[in-house]
Write a protein that binds this ligand. Sequence first.
Ligand code: GDP
Length: 297
Amino acid sequence: MAFEGLADRLQSTIKKITGKGKVSEQDVKEMTREVRLALLEADVNFKVVKQLITKIKERAIGQEVMESLTPGQQVIKVVKEELTQLMGGEQSKIAVADRSPTVIMMVGLQGAGKTTTTGKLANHLRKKHNRNPLLVACDVYRPAAIKQLETLGTQLDMPVFSMGTEANPVDIAHQAIEHAKEEHRDYVIIDTAGRLHVDENLMDELQSIKNDVKPDEIFLVVDSMTGQDAVNVAESFNEQLDITGVVLTKLDGDTRGGAALSIKSVTDKPIKFAGMGEKLDQLEAFHPERMASRILG
Ligand code: GDP
Protein backbone atom coordinates (compact mmCIF):
# COMPACT_ATOMS: atom_id res chain seq x y z
CA MET A 1 0.00 0.00 0.00
CA ALA A 2 1.16 3.49 -0.80
CA PHE A 3 2.53 5.76 1.92
CA GLU A 4 3.40 2.95 4.29
CA GLY A 5 6.92 4.17 4.96
CA LEU A 6 5.84 7.78 5.17
CA ALA A 7 2.89 6.93 7.41
CA ASP A 8 5.06 4.85 9.75
CA ARG A 9 7.63 7.56 10.15
CA LEU A 10 5.20 10.40 10.60
CA GLN A 11 3.11 8.44 13.04
CA SER A 12 6.04 7.55 15.25
CA THR A 13 7.21 11.16 15.19
CA ILE A 14 3.79 12.35 16.10
CA LYS A 15 3.37 9.82 18.89
CA LYS A 16 6.25 11.50 20.69
CA ILE A 17 4.39 14.77 21.01
CA THR A 18 0.74 13.72 21.11
CA GLY A 19 0.44 13.61 24.87
CA LYS A 20 2.63 16.57 25.61
CA GLY A 21 1.01 19.21 27.73
CA LYS A 22 3.58 21.67 26.50
CA VAL A 23 5.34 21.78 23.16
CA SER A 24 8.49 23.84 23.05
CA GLU A 25 9.98 25.47 20.02
CA GLN A 26 12.65 22.80 20.24
CA ASP A 27 9.97 20.06 20.03
CA VAL A 28 8.51 21.64 16.92
CA LYS A 29 11.94 21.91 15.35
CA GLU A 30 12.69 18.28 16.06
CA MET A 31 9.37 17.17 14.72
CA THR A 32 9.62 19.19 11.53
CA ARG A 33 13.07 17.76 10.96
CA GLU A 34 11.61 14.27 11.16
CA VAL A 35 8.68 15.22 8.94
CA ARG A 36 11.10 16.68 6.42
CA LEU A 37 13.18 13.52 6.29
CA ALA A 38 10.10 11.34 6.01
CA LEU A 39 8.78 13.40 3.09
CA LEU A 40 12.11 13.39 1.25
CA GLU A 41 12.35 9.66 1.75
CA ALA A 42 8.86 9.34 0.28
CA ASP A 43 10.24 11.04 -2.83
CA VAL A 44 8.37 14.28 -2.40
CA ASN A 45 9.87 17.09 -4.50
CA PHE A 46 12.44 18.94 -2.35
CA LYS A 47 11.02 22.38 -3.13
CA VAL A 48 7.61 21.19 -2.08
CA VAL A 49 9.06 19.83 1.16
CA LYS A 50 10.79 23.11 1.90
CA GLN A 51 7.63 25.15 1.46
CA LEU A 52 5.58 22.75 3.52
CA ILE A 53 8.05 22.68 6.41
CA THR A 54 8.25 26.47 6.49
CA LYS A 55 4.48 26.70 6.74
CA ILE A 56 4.25 24.05 9.42
CA LYS A 57 6.94 25.78 11.50
CA GLU A 58 5.34 29.18 11.19
CA ARG A 59 1.95 27.95 12.18
CA ALA A 60 3.01 25.46 14.85
CA ILE A 61 5.33 27.83 16.67
CA GLY A 62 3.19 30.90 16.56
CA GLN A 63 -0.21 29.38 17.04
CA GLU A 64 -2.82 30.38 19.56
CA VAL A 65 -3.90 27.79 22.07
CA MET A 66 -7.13 25.96 21.44
CA GLU A 67 -8.69 24.76 24.63
CA SER A 68 -9.96 21.43 23.39
CA LEU A 69 -6.59 20.21 22.17
CA THR A 70 -3.27 19.57 23.85
CA PRO A 71 -0.38 21.49 22.28
CA GLY A 72 0.89 18.23 20.77
CA GLN A 73 -2.45 17.59 19.12
CA GLN A 74 -2.48 21.12 17.79
CA VAL A 75 0.84 20.64 16.08
CA ILE A 76 -0.47 17.45 14.49
CA LYS A 77 -3.56 19.29 13.33
CA VAL A 78 -1.35 21.83 11.59
CA VAL A 79 0.64 19.07 9.86
CA LYS A 80 -2.58 17.43 8.71
CA GLU A 81 -4.07 20.67 7.43
CA GLU A 82 -0.93 21.52 5.53
CA LEU A 83 -0.70 18.04 3.98
CA THR A 84 -4.33 18.38 2.92
CA GLN A 85 -3.67 21.78 1.37
CA LEU A 86 -0.63 20.40 -0.37
CA MET A 87 -2.75 17.75 -2.07
CA GLY A 88 -5.31 20.27 -3.21
CA GLY A 89 -7.48 21.09 -0.20
CA GLU A 90 -11.01 20.41 -1.32
CA GLN A 91 -12.04 17.38 -3.30
CA SER A 92 -12.25 18.34 -6.95
CA LYS A 93 -15.43 17.60 -8.92
CA ILE A 94 -15.66 16.32 -12.47
CA ALA A 95 -16.96 18.78 -15.08
CA VAL A 96 -20.47 18.70 -16.51
CA ALA A 97 -20.90 20.56 -19.81
CA ASP A 98 -23.83 22.95 -20.20
CA ARG A 99 -24.75 21.05 -23.32
CA SER A 100 -24.32 17.30 -23.55
CA PRO A 101 -22.07 15.52 -24.14
CA THR A 102 -19.34 16.40 -21.68
CA VAL A 103 -16.05 15.56 -23.37
CA ILE A 104 -13.11 14.13 -21.44
CA MET A 105 -9.77 13.60 -23.07
CA MET A 106 -7.45 11.05 -21.46
CA VAL A 107 -3.75 11.63 -22.02
CA GLY A 108 -0.54 10.12 -20.68
CA LEU A 109 2.48 8.00 -21.39
CA GLN A 110 2.21 4.41 -22.51
CA GLY A 111 1.84 2.03 -19.61
CA ALA A 112 0.61 4.68 -17.17
CA GLY A 113 -2.82 3.05 -17.14
CA LYS A 114 -4.66 5.34 -19.54
CA THR A 115 -6.82 2.76 -21.27
CA THR A 116 -7.67 0.95 -18.04
CA THR A 117 -8.52 4.29 -16.41
CA THR A 118 -10.76 5.21 -19.36
CA GLY A 119 -12.80 2.09 -18.61
CA LYS A 120 -12.75 2.71 -14.87
CA LEU A 121 -13.87 6.30 -15.30
CA ALA A 122 -16.75 5.27 -17.54
CA ASN A 123 -17.79 2.74 -14.92
CA HIS A 124 -17.53 5.38 -12.18
CA LEU A 125 -19.65 7.87 -14.15
CA ARG A 126 -22.34 5.29 -14.72
CA LYS A 127 -22.39 3.91 -11.18
CA LYS A 128 -21.91 7.08 -9.15
CA HIS A 129 -23.40 9.73 -11.43
CA ASN A 130 -25.93 7.74 -13.41
CA ARG A 131 -24.36 8.70 -16.74
CA ASN A 132 -24.11 6.81 -20.02
CA PRO A 133 -20.67 7.34 -21.53
CA LEU A 134 -19.31 6.56 -24.96
CA LEU A 135 -15.71 5.34 -25.10
CA VAL A 136 -13.56 6.44 -28.03
CA ALA A 137 -10.48 4.65 -29.35
CA CYS A 138 -8.08 7.28 -30.69
CA ASP A 139 -4.84 5.36 -30.33
CA VAL A 140 -4.46 4.42 -33.99
CA TYR A 141 -0.83 3.37 -33.68
CA ARG A 142 -1.38 0.26 -31.67
CA PRO A 143 -4.13 -2.10 -32.85
CA ALA A 144 -3.82 -3.77 -29.43
CA ALA A 145 -4.89 -0.52 -27.77
CA ILE A 146 -8.15 -0.42 -29.74
CA LYS A 147 -8.76 -4.07 -28.95
CA GLN A 148 -8.06 -3.44 -25.26
CA LEU A 149 -10.63 -0.65 -25.12
CA GLU A 150 -13.16 -2.79 -26.99
CA THR A 151 -12.65 -5.58 -24.50
CA LEU A 152 -13.26 -3.12 -21.65
CA GLY A 153 -16.39 -1.93 -23.45
CA THR A 154 -17.67 -5.50 -23.64
CA GLN A 155 -16.92 -6.09 -19.95
CA LEU A 156 -18.77 -2.91 -19.05
CA ASP A 157 -21.50 -3.43 -21.62
CA MET A 158 -20.73 0.03 -22.94
CA PRO A 159 -20.31 1.20 -26.55
CA VAL A 160 -16.84 1.89 -27.97
CA PHE A 161 -16.47 4.17 -30.96
CA SER A 162 -13.56 3.26 -33.22
CA MET A 163 -12.59 3.74 -36.85
CA GLY A 164 -9.68 1.33 -36.92
CA THR A 165 -6.05 2.27 -37.39
CA GLU A 166 -6.35 4.03 -40.76
CA ALA A 167 -8.34 7.07 -39.68
CA ASN A 168 -6.95 10.31 -38.31
CA PRO A 169 -7.35 10.68 -34.52
CA VAL A 170 -8.86 14.16 -34.87
CA ASP A 171 -11.54 12.82 -37.26
CA ILE A 172 -12.24 9.92 -34.95
CA ALA A 173 -12.72 12.19 -31.95
CA HIS A 174 -14.84 14.62 -33.96
CA GLN A 175 -17.13 11.95 -35.36
CA ALA A 176 -17.39 10.23 -32.00
CA ILE A 177 -18.92 13.37 -30.54
CA GLU A 178 -21.46 13.59 -33.36
CA HIS A 179 -22.26 9.95 -32.76
CA ALA A 180 -22.67 10.55 -29.03
CA LYS A 181 -25.16 13.35 -29.72
CA GLU A 182 -27.25 11.10 -31.96
CA GLU A 183 -27.18 8.32 -29.41
CA HIS A 184 -27.90 10.64 -26.47
CA ARG A 185 -24.71 9.74 -24.68
CA ASP A 186 -23.93 12.35 -22.03
CA TYR A 187 -20.17 11.74 -21.64
CA VAL A 188 -17.54 11.05 -24.26
CA ILE A 189 -14.25 9.67 -22.96
CA ILE A 190 -11.46 9.78 -25.51
CA ASP A 191 -8.56 7.37 -25.07
CA THR A 192 -5.61 8.94 -26.90
CA ALA A 193 -2.28 7.49 -27.96
CA GLY A 194 0.60 7.30 -25.53
CA ARG A 195 4.33 7.08 -26.09
CA LEU A 196 7.15 5.88 -23.92
CA HIS A 197 8.42 9.44 -23.51
CA VAL A 198 6.99 12.91 -23.92
CA ASP A 199 7.64 13.81 -27.57
CA GLU A 200 6.71 16.55 -29.97
CA ASN A 201 4.65 14.42 -32.37
CA LEU A 202 2.50 13.16 -29.57
CA MET A 203 1.95 16.66 -28.19
CA ASP A 204 1.08 17.99 -31.66
CA GLU A 205 -1.50 15.29 -32.12
CA LEU A 206 -3.01 15.82 -28.69
CA GLN A 207 -3.15 19.55 -29.28
CA SER A 208 -4.95 19.03 -32.60
CA ILE A 209 -7.54 16.83 -30.91
CA LYS A 210 -7.91 19.37 -28.13
CA ASN A 211 -8.40 22.27 -30.57
CA ASP A 212 -11.02 20.37 -32.50
CA VAL A 213 -13.14 18.83 -29.75
CA LYS A 214 -12.62 21.48 -27.05
CA PRO A 215 -12.77 19.01 -24.18
CA ASP A 216 -14.35 19.95 -20.84
CA GLU A 217 -11.65 17.99 -19.06
CA ILE A 218 -8.18 16.82 -19.99
CA PHE A 219 -7.09 14.19 -17.51
CA LEU A 220 -3.47 13.26 -17.36
CA VAL A 221 -2.98 9.68 -16.22
CA VAL A 222 0.29 9.15 -14.38
CA ASP A 223 1.84 6.14 -12.74
CA SER A 224 2.47 6.98 -9.09
CA MET A 225 5.15 4.28 -8.94
CA THR A 226 7.41 6.44 -11.12
CA GLY A 227 7.80 9.06 -8.36
CA GLN A 228 9.58 12.22 -9.46
CA ASP A 229 9.26 11.18 -13.11
CA ALA A 230 5.50 11.34 -12.71
CA VAL A 231 5.88 14.91 -11.48
CA ASN A 232 8.09 15.85 -14.45
CA VAL A 233 5.68 14.21 -16.90
CA ALA A 234 2.82 16.13 -15.34
CA GLU A 235 4.75 19.37 -15.66
CA SER A 236 5.40 18.92 -19.37
CA PHE A 237 1.90 17.72 -20.26
CA ASN A 238 0.49 20.64 -18.35
CA GLU A 239 2.73 23.14 -20.13
CA GLN A 240 1.71 21.80 -23.52
CA LEU A 241 -1.93 21.01 -23.01
CA ASP A 242 -3.08 22.93 -19.96
CA ILE A 243 -4.58 19.80 -18.41
CA THR A 244 -7.53 20.11 -16.04
CA GLY A 245 -6.69 17.29 -13.67
CA VAL A 246 -4.58 14.28 -12.85
CA VAL A 247 -5.42 10.64 -12.26
CA LEU A 248 -2.77 8.87 -10.20
CA THR A 249 -2.67 5.16 -10.93
CA LYS A 250 -1.19 2.23 -9.03
CA LEU A 251 -1.55 3.82 -5.61
CA ASP A 252 -2.29 0.26 -4.46
CA GLY A 253 1.31 -0.63 -5.26
CA ASP A 254 4.44 -0.17 -3.29
CA THR A 255 4.79 3.50 -4.11
CA ARG A 256 6.45 5.92 -1.76
CA GLY A 257 3.73 8.44 -2.46
CA GLY A 258 5.89 11.39 -3.46
CA ALA A 259 3.96 11.99 -6.66
CA ALA A 260 0.67 12.31 -4.84
CA LEU A 261 2.19 14.87 -2.54
CA SER A 262 3.99 16.94 -5.17
CA ILE A 263 1.85 17.04 -8.30
CA LYS A 264 -0.72 19.55 -7.15
CA SER A 265 1.76 22.11 -5.99
CA VAL A 266 4.05 21.68 -9.00
CA THR A 267 1.31 21.85 -11.66
CA ASP A 268 -1.41 23.65 -9.73
CA LYS A 269 -3.85 21.11 -11.17
CA PRO A 270 -5.92 18.92 -8.87
CA ILE A 271 -5.61 15.19 -8.49
CA LYS A 272 -9.10 14.03 -9.36
CA PHE A 273 -8.91 10.26 -9.04
CA ALA A 274 -6.70 7.52 -7.72
CA GLY A 275 -6.35 4.09 -9.30
CA MET A 276 -6.28 1.47 -6.56
CA GLY A 277 -5.95 -1.74 -8.58
CA GLU A 278 -6.37 -3.31 -11.99
CA LYS A 279 -10.10 -3.99 -11.73
CA LEU A 280 -12.70 -1.74 -13.27
CA ASP A 281 -14.21 -0.75 -9.94
CA GLN A 282 -10.86 0.17 -8.42
CA LEU A 283 -10.95 3.89 -9.05
CA GLU A 284 -11.57 6.32 -6.20
CA ALA A 285 -12.36 10.01 -6.19
CA PHE A 286 -9.29 11.64 -4.65
CA HIS A 287 -9.98 13.24 -1.27
CA PRO A 288 -6.99 15.27 -0.05
CA GLU A 289 -8.19 15.28 3.53
CA ARG A 290 -8.82 11.56 3.68
CA MET A 291 -5.46 10.91 2.11
CA ALA A 292 -3.77 13.12 4.71
CA SER A 293 -5.58 11.23 7.48
CA ARG A 294 -4.44 7.96 5.99
CA ILE A 295 -0.86 9.17 6.02
CA LEU A 296 -0.97 10.50 9.57
CA GLY A 297 -3.00 7.59 11.01
P1 GDP B 1 -1.84 2.59 -21.06
O1 GDP B 1 -0.71 2.14 -21.94
O2 GDP B 1 -1.53 3.90 -20.40
O3 GDP B 1 -3.17 2.61 -21.75
O4 GDP B 1 -1.88 1.55 -19.86
P2 GDP B 1 -2.90 0.36 -19.54
O5 GDP B 1 -4.25 0.84 -19.26
O6 GDP B 1 -2.74 -0.69 -20.61
O7 GDP B 1 -2.30 -0.16 -18.16
C1 GDP B 1 -0.97 -0.65 -18.03
C2 GDP B 1 -0.92 -1.70 -16.91
O8 GDP B 1 -1.15 -1.07 -15.66
C3 GDP B 1 -2.02 -2.74 -17.04
O9 GDP B 1 -1.46 -4.01 -16.71
C4 GDP B 1 -3.06 -2.32 -16.03
O10 GDP B 1 -3.81 -3.40 -15.54
C5 GDP B 1 -2.19 -1.72 -14.95
N1 GDP B 1 -2.91 -0.73 -14.10
C6 GDP B 1 -3.59 0.37 -14.52
N2 GDP B 1 -4.07 1.06 -13.45
C7 GDP B 1 -3.70 0.38 -12.35
C8 GDP B 1 -3.88 0.61 -10.92
O11 GDP B 1 -4.47 1.57 -10.44
N3 GDP B 1 -3.33 -0.34 -10.10
C9 GDP B 1 -2.61 -1.42 -10.59
N4 GDP B 1 -2.11 -2.27 -9.69
N5 GDP B 1 -2.44 -1.64 -11.89
C10 GDP B 1 -2.95 -0.76 -12.77
